[in-house]
Design a protein around this ligand. Structure first.
Ligand code: F6P
Length: 325
């Protein structure tokens, strides 16, 4: 136990990093402290929990981090944590520090891991959704999405300049794992002519006929946004080049989408989620995931989040559907 009458509360980041993690860490530390907890930081995600990289959250450790992308706590995707003997080690590490509550900032894989840990040793946790993929069921928003979308928007705007200068087609592949959220929202907000995402059936022949018709009518360049999950970027580039006859290039945006200083939206969302997570633990919640739905903040039990599939917004899907045919 800490010197205070509440147990220590440790904060960690896990899985793919995303902008907004740092403001969430800082806010959780400061707010937990105000609520009478002794805050700790766990470095290197689940591996750090096993390797005892658990340190008191001193002011120096969380100073000057707000504007930085990624996570100052670093992250990992741990295989060892699947093994009970390593989880036992992690539990002993926490016990020795007097840590009795956890906040994990990450994706649903991280939440599932912490839920297993809760089932094993009864250490309550609160989850803060953070992934650029925006693929966590039950929440409309995950930390990092707005920053990633703005990076993609800036990239596509730049690519449009060169595409129009050269009368070329550009296929732009964006991240998202199996989810098409980033691609769909980017295509709509950047005015792309084509958008392929896993959630919308596409028809290449129809796309080809439409583009040929538009080129005949004077279209000078083409921007196509493709989600990595459909695995069609290279094929579509060749298709536009060879079958439609417009010189085509492929740009895979890759990890550039994961970096960058968090936008104002991501910072404010980080504060809201961090306060909600500390409050949930303070009220005695044991495995709640913070969510933002229809303009309201709340939390859901882990099962409503981790074992469900995230569904894209129907209105946006309808708007994007014509870009796939
Ligand atoms: O989950 C976030 C994400 O960036 C996905 O969009 C992408 O598929 C994956 O992580 C990349 O993983 P890694 O950083 O391990 O290459």
């Amino acid at each position: 136990m800490s010197t205070l009458n509440k147990p220590g509360l440790a904060i960690m980041t896990s899985g793919g990093d995303s902008a907004g993690m740092n403001p969430a860490i800082k806010c959780a530390v400061e707010y937990a402290s105000q609520r009478g907890y002794e805050p700790f930081l766990i470095y290197d995600g689940l591996n750090g929990l096993i390797e005892n990289k658990i340190f008191p959250a001193t002011r120096e450790r969380v100073s000057g981090i707000l504007h930085r992308g990624g996570t100052v706590l670093r992250s990992s995707r741990s295989k060892e944590f699947f093994d009970i003997s390593f989880r036992q080690k992690a539990f002993e590490n926490l016990k020795a520090r007097g840590v009795g509550k956890l906040i994990v900032i990450g994706g649903d894989g991280s939440f599932r891991a912490l839920n297993q840990f809760y089932a094993d040793f009864g250490v309550p946790f609160a989850g803060i959704p953070a992934t650029i993929d925006n693929d966590i069921a039950g929440t409309d928003y995950c930390l990092g999405v707005d920053t990633a979308l703005n990076i993609i928007r800036q990239s596509i705007d730049s690519i449009r300049d060169t595409a129009s200068s050269f009368r070329r087609a550009f296929v732009i592949e964006v991240m998202g794992r199996h989810c098409g959220y980033l691609a769909m929202v980017s295509a709509l907000s950047c005015g792309a002519e084509v958008c392929l995402v896993p959630e919308i059936p596409y028809d290449l022949d129809q796309i080809g006929a439409r583009l040929k018709h538009e080129i005949g009518q004077g279209r000078e360049y083409v921007v196509a946004v493709v989600a990595e999950g459909v695995k069609m970027s290279e094929y579509l580039t060749r298709f536009i080049n060879d079958s439609i006859g417009m010189e085509a290039r492929l740009t895979v945006l890759g990890h550039v989408q994961r970096g960058g200083s968090p936008t104002v939206h991501d910072r404010v969302m980080a504060y809201k989620f961090a306060v909600a997570a500390v409050d949930a633990l303070d009220r005695g919640e044991t495995n709640a995931i913070m969510v933002y739905r229809d303009g309201t903040y709340g939390h859901l039990p882990i099962d409503a989040v981790a074992n469900q599939k995230y569904k894209l917004d129907q209105t946006l899907l309808k708007l994007a559907a014509p870009l796939a045919c």
